[in-house]
Design a protein around this ligand. Sequence first.
Ligand code: IMP
Ligand code: MG
Length: 181
Amino acid sequence: MDKDVEKILYDEKSLENKAAELAELINNDYKGKKLVVVGILKGCIVFLADLFRRIKVDCELDFMAASSYGSSTESSGELIIKKDLSADIRNKDVLIVEDILDTGNTLYRLKDYIRSKNPASVKLCVLFDKPDRRKRNIRADYCGYTIDDLFIVGYGLDYDEKYRNLPYVGVLKPEIYNKSN
Ligand code: IMP
Ligand code: MG
């Protein structure tokens, strides 16, 4: 285990199984539809790699990068689009894939932005949900795990761009983020 991690919450195998479980739900719901999966960089990538390989319906893959996080552990509330969509999503069914739904600030604005491009539908799939911290009226259509108000890293999730490569999801030791706050 990484020295900055307090404890492991989910190991590699559980995470892979969870991605397979969510893919199964998505496969059932989108049968016969034109799906565009939009991964939100960078946090989505490891989860998306596990999820996307198991999606069996016709689909395109696209990415957006939008951030409201710096080194602090709370989003500023302002959406900055760093990478826009490349796909034409008009009249298509869009599934946004994100690592974690926290205050909801980022995804609330992102969903609005994506809706403005006139897709047939927009749904949201997140691996983690921290409902205690929600500030916006937004819910995930597909959610892997609902967790307490803990700062987690690994499997794509970072703190200050570190720990994304950990194969498991663990709780970051508070002294790591208290250092720079
Ligand atoms: P929101 O706008 O507050 O919902 O923030 C969402 C983004 O914050 C996520 O996409 C993550 O990048 C980041 N985030 C929120 N909670 C955590 C966490 O526990 N670990 C790592 N990143 C997090
Ligand atoms: Mg992030």
